[in-house]
Design a protein around this ligand. Structure first.
Ligand SMILES: Cc1cc2nc3c(=O)[nH]c(=O)nc-3n(C[C@H](O)[C@H](O)[C@H](O)COP(=O)(O)O)c2cc1C
Length: 160
């Protein structure tokens, strides 16, 4: 199966999740960028409203053809309960036929109507085979554990 992991990340947590997924399932990993950089202040001030209204921001040209993949994972943070606006730009890139898995990240591990979001994605002619929210609040703790473990493995490897 030819799979693509496509994601947007504003503060790096979704990037971390996408990489962990990529280590597990392989395939291609691709990061989406909004053309206009958001300051923290404007992200918090305007982002949630745009997310709720399902605004579609201008993104940098997408250099992968989504129609070449039969399994597509979309990862995106939650802003004000809804997928960050970049999600809507990613969904527009979808072409009919693929199996799509949605993975959202949020501090609380919660979001507004995930089923409605999945249904909207299916309007693109794809099949949503999974949709979940990952809690990232304690990500740094997990990340530290992850690094400690990998250091330990390296040490053990060195000591034979
Ligand atoms: C503008 C903005 C709004 C957010 N709104 C929510 C929210 O409503 N609920 C929540 O649990 N987390 C919220 N968060 C936290 C992010 O969803 C969470 O930290 C996410 O994992 C960040 O992903 P990133 O580092 O890839 O950008 C918000 C973050 C930002 C920047």
């Amino acid at each position: 199966m030819n799979s693509l992991i496509i994601f947007f990340s504003y503060t790096g947590r979704t990037h971390y999740e996408a990489k962990r997924l990529w280590e597990r399932v392989g395939g291609a990993l691709y990061e989406i960028w909004e053309q206009k950089h958001r300051s923290r202040l404007s992200a918090y001030l305007f982002g949630p409203g745009q997310a709720r209204r399902r605004a579609v921001p201008v993104i940098e040209p997408v250099a992968v053809s989504l129609d070449e993949y039969d399994k597509i994972y979309i990862l995106c943070p939650i802003w004000g309960g809804w997928p960050a606006p970049a999600f809507n730009a990613i969904v527009r890139e979808l072409t009919p036929g693929a199996d799509v898995e949605l993975i959202f990240t949020s501090d609380s591990g919660r979001m507004k109507d995930i089923n409605a979001v999945a249904k909207r994605v299916e309007l693109q002619g794809v099949r949503v085979t999974g949709a979940k929210v990952v809690k990232t609040e304690n990500l740094m703790k997990r990340e530290r554990r992850h690094f400690k473990k990998s250091r330990k493995t390296k040490r053990e490897a060195k000591n034979g």
